[in-house]
Each structure stands twice: as structure tokens, then as C-alpha cells.
Ligand binder design. Structure first.
Ligand code: NAD
Length: 459
């Protein structure tokens, strides 16, 4: 699993040799740890054109102080006011002198406005920001990331900016994230009411959903369920949600019960041995969670690779069943039963293979593209009707047992073919999932966020 090349390029002789040979130069990324909860340095706030956003109070809450002229951990460029090609000159004027000052593993976040389809000059200029962001992401190097956030209300983007301007987003680059207006998921006036009227009120559940959320434990008092939580990415997601305060139910197949219990014990959660493809899986989850559920993470997934000409129907069916059909079925069942509480969230797991396609993975690519369709369709309705957000993460090459089994040369290509020239870690997917699951992220809905270091595959 270890990326020996990354370690080698971190040494002086390794750096010298790989530079001389023109080989990739991956930077050791700075990731979140209790000892290093914030980026190292200050933040510079720039504006192109005139902006109506009230950003200062939001940026003040990122925990980053103002940057000096020479060195910035992060640069935020507000380009929401750019309405035409002339206005784009302001983007160049602002960032051209500032990029050099961004430290290794630093952040550039560009803020854009939604496209105004009634004004093709505005739409052209705002769409231009996507090409700009993705191009800068590919050239900036040294572990630095560049992302675009489209927003109308700075306060609604608070949790998104906190995430992007922190070490938690180390492997998220080249992304366009749309943040809706404030209000997002409506608060639940009866959040403390048990679903079963015969059960007494649980004194440990939070009483007032409008109480300010503790940014260090935003999921305190909430219950989360992670499918496929016994190992790999699911295990990291379970641990991260528990760190953020949630009681986590670790669901995995009965054969993995021992591992699920080990994970659950470590994070103070509960194991739920259950095959998610069981026809009554939704009902059994609802039964196991009589007090309801706030966060539903669809992480369980399998691959059964073969080229289409050699793929028997069973391989096709198994992948579609675990990765897509069971996700649709359990989501429907838990929304219908009211198990998923208002103010809650669903985060499903897509893949860059579902966006770009991958040889030998017609079944897997279809299943993961299906997740994207599910998110796009269900997100607005689930929010309207149930007060629940629906988003997806789309991992790229993540260092797990699954990717360690890939033959060496294909594995090396997978690792290096992204702007950060390295694979991501399960923690990178977990942090992105946790941000989408936080109650403060209610204005982020219907998004598919790639955690792929800006992979060259796909958009
Ligand atoms: P993994 O194989 O290590 O773990 C998957 C877990 O899901 C296992 O514990 C497994 O027992 C469980 N699972 C499988 N079928 C199940 C079922 N029917 N019911 C309940 N649990 C079941 O995989 P991973 O690498 O941690 O991947 C997790 C998710 O991320 C998957 O959806 C995968 O498709 C996706 N993904 C992974 C990568 C990567 O590079 N590792 C890239 C893109 C997407």
C-alpha cells in the first residue's frame, strides 16, 4: 500500500534524481491531525470586479488570520461580480501576483456566481472561471489545490469554505461546488421526538436543533450509518464521523462481522451485520434504529471487472445490485419510513470510473454513473419533502487494499495521473463525506464532489 516513490522524492537524492529525469514531483500533502487542525499561515482575500458578498465575517471564522504579502496559506478570490470578458482581466490582475506567495499544500479558492442564462456575456465569463480554475489546478504544483465555489450567499457557504480552507481537503482539487441559498435543510422542530410514540424520549438526544453547532463536533448527538464500514474507505468514514461527534452504526456483510465489531468498538459505535442487498435491508435498518437516523452513508461497493465481451450476466448483476440497486432501495425505504430525520443527509459513493468510464468496468462504471443520476434527481425533492440533503463523493485512486492489488504499472499510472501526482488516502474521502454530512452544510445539495487530486480521467 505504501507509495515508495512519494517517500523517495521526499529525500534530497530522490528529489535531485527525479528532477533530472523529468519525473513527477509529488509533494507530501498536509492532512488534518489533532496536532495540525488548520493550514499553516494566513489568508488573503482578493476581489475581481465589484462584489455584493459579505465575505469578511465568513472568512474570519475559518480560523486563518490575514496573510502577509510574502506568504499565504490560502488565497480566496471573489469573482462573483465578473460579468464579461473585460471583467476576467481582474481575475488575472488579482491572482497573477498572488499565486507565488501561496505556500506548499496551500489553497486557492475562486468564488463565482451561478450562470445567468439570460445574459450570455455573464454566463461566458462565469463559465470561464471553471476552465481557469481547472487549468491553474493542473499547473500550480507543490501540493496546492485550486477549487471554484459558486454561491449567492456567503453565510450559506461557511461550512464549505471552512472545509476547503483546511487540511481536510488535501486531495480535493479542480472541483466546482455549487452552494445554494441559506435555509438549506429546514430544522426539525420535533427532532427530539422519537419516531415510535410508545418509546420514551431519549434524554441524550439534543433538544434544540437550532442551537449553534459546535464546529469541532458538528455531529454531536446525531446518529450515522455507514454501509461497508468494516474496512477501507468505509472504516475511515466511520472513524471521522465518530470524531465529529456522531454515534456511528457500522454496517457490513455478516462475513465481516468481526471486523465491523472491531471498528465499532474502537469508535464507540455499534455494528450491524447485514447484507445491504437483502430485500428487507431498509426495514431491518429502520428496526435497528428506532430513534431514527441523521446521516446515511452509502459506501459499500464491489468490483467484478471483465471486458463486456467476456462478462457473464452474474458479474453485471452483482455490481449493479450492491453499488446501485441497494442504494436506491434503502434510501427509498428509510425516507418513506421517516427513519431519516429532517436536517439529515445522504452521501453516496460514486467513482471517477462512473464519470470517465474505465476499460473492463462497464458494470462498475454504469453503477457509479447511476449514483450521479440518483443524486441529481433526488436531491431537490428529498430536501423539499424530507428536509434531507443528497450528495455524492467520487473517489479517484485511493490507497486501499483494493488498489494495492492492482498490477504495479497500472497502479503507478493510477497514482500519478492527477495534479497532485499521488494517490489519496481513505481519510481524504472520509473528510469530504463528513463535510457533506455536517448539519451546517444544508445549503450543499445535489453535488458530486470528486476526491481525486484532480485526476486526468474525466471532466
Ligand atoms: P473495500 O472493498 O475495501 O470495502 C468495501 C466494504 O463494503 C467491505 O467491507 C465489504 O464487505 C462491504 N460490502 C460489500 N458488499 C456489501 C454488501 N452487499 N452489504 C454490506 N457491505 C458490503 O472497498 P473501498 O476501496 O474501501 O471502497 C469503498 C467505496 O468507495 C466503494 O463504493 C468503492 O466502489 C468506492 N471507490 C473506491 C475507490 C478506491 O480507489 N479504493 C475509488 C473509487 C470509488
Amino acid at each position: 500500500m505504501a507509495d515508495r516513490y512519494l517517500r523517495f522524492t521526499g529525500t534530497a537524492p530522490g528529489r535531485f534524481l527525479t528532477r533530472r529525469l523529468g519525473l513527477p514531483q509529488p509533494a507530501a500533502l498536509v492532512r488534518w491531525s489533532p496536532e495540525r487542525p488548520a493550514l499553516d499561515g494566513g489568508l488573503r482575500h482578493l476581489t475581481a470586479g465589484t462584489s455584493a458578498l459579505d465575505l469578511a465575517p465568513v472568512l474570519a471564522r475559518t480560523g486563518l488570520g490575514p496573510a502577509g504579502a510574502e506568504r499565504a496559506a490560502a488565497v480566496v478570490l471573489d469573482a462573483t461580480g465578473v460579468r464579461d470578458v473585460e471583467g476576467l482581466a481582474g481575475v488575472h490582475a488579482a491572482l497573477h501576483p498572488a499565486v507565488r506567495s501561496v505556500v506548499a499544500s496551500g489553497r486557492v479558492v475562486v468564488l463565482g456566481a451561478p450562470l445567468d442564462l439570460a445574459d450570455h456575456h455573464q454566463a461566458a465569463a462565469q463559465q470561464a472561471l471553471e476552465g481557469f480554475t481547472r487549468s491553474l489546478g493542473k499547473e500550480i504544483g507543490r501540493g496546492r489545490t485550486v477549487n471554484l465555489v459558486r454561491l449567492t450567499d456567503a453565510a450559506a457557504a461557511q461550512s464549505t469554505l471552512r472545509f476547503l480552507l483546511s487540511p481536510k481537503s488535501a486531495y480535493v482539487s479542480g472541483q466546482v461546488i455549487e452552494v445554494g441559498p441559506l435555509g438549506g435543510a429546514p430544522a426539525a422542530p420535533d427532532r427530539n421526538r422519537p419516531l415510535d410514540p410508545d418509546r420514551p424520549l431519549d434524554p441524550d438526544r439534543p433538544v434544540d436543533p437550532d442551537l449553534p453547532v459546535d464546529p469541532d463536533r458538528p455531529l454531536a448527538g446525531r446518529t450515522a450509518l455507514v454501509t461497508g464500514g468494516a474496512r477501507g474507505i468505509g472504516e475511515a468514514v466511520a472513524a471521522t464521523l465518530a470524531r465529529d461527534g456522531a454515534h456511528v452504526v457500522v454496517l457490513d456483510v455478516p462475513q465481516a462481522e468481526q471486523d465491523a465489531r472491531r471498528v465499532a468498538d474502537r469508535i464507540g459505535g455499534t455494528a450491524l451485520p447485514l447484507d445491504i442487498t437483502a430485500a428487507d435491508a431498509g426495514a431491518r435498518i429502520a428496526e435497528a434504529l428506532p430513534d431514527g437516523l441523521d446521516v446515511l452513508i452509502h459506501n459499500a461497493g464491489i468490483t467484478r471487472d471483465r471486458r463486456l465481451v467476456n462478462m457473464p450476466a452474474e458479474r453485471w448483476a452483482a455490481v449493479l445490485e450492491v453499488n446501485l440497486a441497494s442504494v436506491l432501495r434503502t434510501t427509498d425505504a428509510l425516507l418513506k419510513a421517516g427513519t431519516l430525520r429532517r436536517g439529515g443527509s445522504v452521501v453516496a459513493t460514486a467513482s471517477i470510473a462512473g464519470l470517465a468510464g474505465n476499460a473492463g468496468q462497464t458494470n462498475y462504471g454504469a453503477s457509479k454513473a447511476g449514483i450521479v443520476g440518483l443524486v441529481r434527481s433526488l436531491a431537490p425533492r428529498a430536501l423539499d419533502e424530507h428536509g434531507v440533503t443528497v450528495n455524492a463523493v467520487a473517489p479517484g485512486f485511493i490507497e486501499t487494499k483494493m488498489t494495492a492489488a492492482i498490477p504495479l504499472f497500472i497502479r503507478e499510472a493510477g497514482r500519478r495521473m492527477n495534479s497532485l501526482a499521488q494517490g489519496g488516502l481513505p481519510a481524504d474521502v472520509a473528510e469530504t463525506t463528513a463535510w457533506l454530512a455536517h448539519p451546517a452544510s444544508g445549503a450543499v445539495n445535489g453535488q458530486v464532489v470528486r476526491v481525486c487530486g484532480q485526476s486526468l480521467l474525466g471532466a
